[in-house]
Design a protein around this ligand. Structure first.
Ligand SMILES: NC(=O)C1=CN([C@@H]2O[C@H](COP(=O)(O)OP(=O)(O)OC[C@H]3O[C@@H](n4cnc5c(N)ncnc54)[C@H](OP(=O)(O)O)[C@@H]3O)[C@@H](O)[C@H]2O)C=CC1
Ligand SMILES: CC(=O)[C@H](N)C(=O)O
Length: 263
């Protein structure tokens, strides 16, 4: 990827997205910042132009609205300066599945998965054609853990992880790097927005530490970066177990334990 390629960041008005914006501006990249809150995007853009001398465009968009989403897709398809997509915009939702309104969970899935998917789909063919570029997708450790009791949010993040791993296999041979970043609890507004008390959590990573660690993984071209995972061997063990399971999938016959007993 060319050093000076522009970076388009969704959910850049606060938290992890705003921090990515500061870090990429610090590296000299021009930016395209996307979120709903135009006043916050304007303020951040002005700060980054002044502090780092980079060009910053903003796109006000609600990524759950198809017209807004289409405008961002068009920008990704047509603006050949954009070499990095940070698919970060997202929301969380607590509570049990039966208490969550159907329309609310659909909106969560639209933001956390459909928008992310459509933006990756908009930019990937152009990056593959150019033979360079990167897509960073923000997942969550919750996507590894149905036990956490956040079934829909976790499912969206499992989607992000799987999609990223699959796209990595497809796109790395074409010169395009794909990274899934899996944070755990990080101090941002997402908790309050979802109605959770941030002070009730025992431990929380600061957002600067999270993004700096994610960028170490980015610079190393890691496929899956889990900043709060302290022993990397655990991830390798999970992947090895998955490969072993796959090697025991034999398609021709059902496993013996499922064979009907002879009459
Ligand atoms: N903080 C944490 O503990 C963790 C966060 N993550 C993930 O990190 C990502 C960023 O979250 P975080 O920084 O923590 O939270 P924030 O709430 O601080 O940031 C969320 C960002 O997404 C934007 N956004 C929300 N809804 C929409 C929408 N409908 N259309 C466009 N933009 C939208 C918000 O901007 P605006 O309101 O202006 O639209 C904001 O910029 C999410 O994908 C989240 O799931 C993963 C694991 C842990
Ligand atoms: C932000 C969340 O709701 C969630 N706990 C997460 O860690 O992804």
């Amino acid at each position: 990827m060319s050093t000076r390629s522009s970076v388009l960041i969704t959910g850049a008005s606060s938290g992890i997205g705003a921090t990515y914006a500061k870090r990429f501006a610090g590296r000299g990249h021009d930016l395209v910042l996307v979120a709903r809150d135009k006043a916050r995007l304007d303020a951040l853009a002005a700060q980054l132009r002044q502090e780092h001398g980079v060009a910053v465009d903003i796109i006000q968009a609600d990524l759950t609205q198809s017209r807004d989403l289409a405008a961002v897709e068009t920008r990704l398809r047509e603006d050949t300066r954009i070499g990095v997509l940070v698919n970060n915009a997202g929301a969380s939702m607590f509570g049990s599945f039966i208490d969550q309104a159907t329309d609310d969970v659909e909106r969560l899935v639209a933001l956390n998965t459909i928008a992310l998917l459509r933006l990756a789909s908009a930019v990937a063919p152009r990056l593959a054609q150019a033979g360079e570029g990167a897509i960073i997708n923000i997942g969550s450790v919750v996507g590894l853990a149905p036990e956490f009791g956040m079934s829909v949010y976790g499912a969206t993040k499992a989607f992000v992880q799987f999609l990223s791993q699959g796209l990595s296999l497809e796109l790395v041979p074409k010169g395009v790097y794909v990274q899934a970043v899996l944070p755990a609890a990080t101090r941002t507004e997402i908790w309050e927005r979802a109605g959770a008390d941030i002070n009730a959590l025992p431990e929380m990573m600061e957002v600067g530490e999270l993004v700096d660690a994610a960028l170490v993984g980015f610079d190393r071209r890691e496929v899956v970066t889990i900043p709060p995972l302290h022993d990397a061997v655990r991830w390798d063990a999970l992947d090895t177990a998955r490969q072993l399971l796959l090697s025991d999938i034999r398609q021709a016959h059902a496993a013996e334990r499922y064979q009907q007993a002879a009459a």
